[in-house]
Design a protein around this ligand. Structure first.
Ligand SMILES: Cc1ncc(COP(=O)(O)O)c(C=O)c1O
Length: 371
């Protein structure tokens, strides 16, 4: 497979160096936790190969969050990114067709592209308030459609696909014998998704999630996929075994001990994110050069310059990063114009977040004054 690096990864804070960014509004997760925050007991941990499906206790806990799901339906992976890679490469071949929502988290689009399958994009627009039109999915189906790929809550907009729309998509997929990949990585992040894990609804649905975004633990690289379809699960397991046999014993043990107590961490995370969300909506109501559809899920908002704002985008981002040490996720990370930018409100404390927003406004002022 001919892999190419994705801008969102090349330009990510971890590649640039976190220490160079004072106001980091580019993150899509909650503030990262430290090992010491977790109060772990790991001395007896044997550093052996672990169960290929993943830590039994953790899989049980994940499964217990939904009816119809048991631990055999859960495969632990190397982050949600690992799950997405396994699913896409196990289901899709160059002869297959895929329907995918755009913009999206880059991997969701780039992996099918690298495989070489035919892709129909369902483009979400600001004008339609980023809402997914199920009829467009129906119209895009071909005889060789193998997968419908959606993300909810959606990155980068934070928009939630309604349960009604999900149910309609499942009906379509079942009628055409197509798998549905639902990337639910943000389902427990800040605003809790008001419907069950979607893999519980149908054998055709494969859900993906992780502990990265909702709990600020992306460094553990623990995610999972969920499917009730035993046949496809065997293929996913085969893929995992070929790529890396099992997850890291250390990551899984830490993730399990964390997961047992996750509610106590989630409360603090969510309260901070909600306070930042309030700051964000207040700021947007006074910042007339920008506009946004406020998110209903996750901790990101996809803001854009209004049509009336004539701004040199190269100069704007240069001033924002180099003069104000502030980073957001520019539109090109999501194959969109840089008139759009993703602002993450879960990762920083309120003081940094507020100053970061002020810096965006000051960078716009500075840029417009240079004309
Ligand atoms: C929608 C979505 N899915 C998956 C991932 C990958 O997350 P991880 O591999 O850290 O679980 C991300 C990361 O930004 C994401 O935004």
């Amino acid at each position: 497979m001919l892999y190419t690096r994705m801008p969102i990864e090349i330009e990510s804070p971890e590649e640039i160096g976190y220490e160079k960014i004072k106001y980091n509004l580019s993150e899509s997760s909650m503030m990262d936790l430290n090992m010491g925050d977790l109060h772990l007991s790991l001395d007896d941990l044997k550093l052996e190969y672990v169960a290929h499906r993943g830590h039994n206790g953790l899989r049980k806990l994940i499964a217990s969050e939904s009816n119809n799901i048991n631990e055999d339906h859960v495969l632990l992976t190397n982050g949600a990114a690992g799950a997405l890679f396994i699913i896409n490469t196990s289901i899709l071949t160059p002869q297959d067709h895929l329907i995918i929502v755009r913009p999206n988290y880059a991997t969701n689009i780039e992996v099918p592209k690298v495989i070489g399958c035919d892709i129909s994009y369902i483009d979400l627009t600001f004008e339609e308030e980023w809402q997914l039109d199920v009829q467009k999915i129906k119209a895009a189906i071909r005889p060789n459609t193998a997968l419908i790929s959606i993300t909810s809550p959606h990155n980068p907009t934070g928009i939630l696909v309604s349960e009604l729309a999900i149910d309609k998509i499942i009906t379509i997929a079942e009628a055409h014998n197509i798998y549905v990949l639902i990337d639910e990585t943000y389902r427990d992040t800040c605003f809790k998704t008001p419907y069950p894990i979607t893999a519980a609804k149908s054998l055709k649905v494969i859900s993906v999630s992780s502990i990265s975004k909702a709990y600020g633990l992306p460094g553990l690289r623990i995610g999972w996929l969920i499917t009730q379809d035993n046949w496809i699960m065997e293929r996913f397991l085969a893929a995992k075994e070929m790529i890396y046999i099992s997850n890291s014993a250390l990551d899984e043990a830490v993730a399990y001990q964390f997961y047992v107590n996750k509610k106590s961490f989630a409360k603090k995370h969510n309260e901070r994110a909600i306070r930042n969300y309030t700051l964000l909506s207040l700021w947007l109501s006074t910042e007339s050069r920008l506009e946004a559809i406020l998110p209903q899920g996750g901790v990101v908002c996809f803001v854009r310059f209004t049509n009336e704002t004539f701004i040199d985008l190269t100069i704007f981002y240069d001033i924002l990063v180099n003069q104000f040490l502030t980073m957001v996720g520019p539109g090109h990370w999501f194959e969109m114009s840089d008139r759009y930018m993703r602002i993450g409100f879960g990762w920083t404390d309120e003081e940094i977040f507020k100053q970061g927003l002020t810096n965006i406004s000051m960078a716009i002022d500075e840029c417009l004054n240079q004309k």
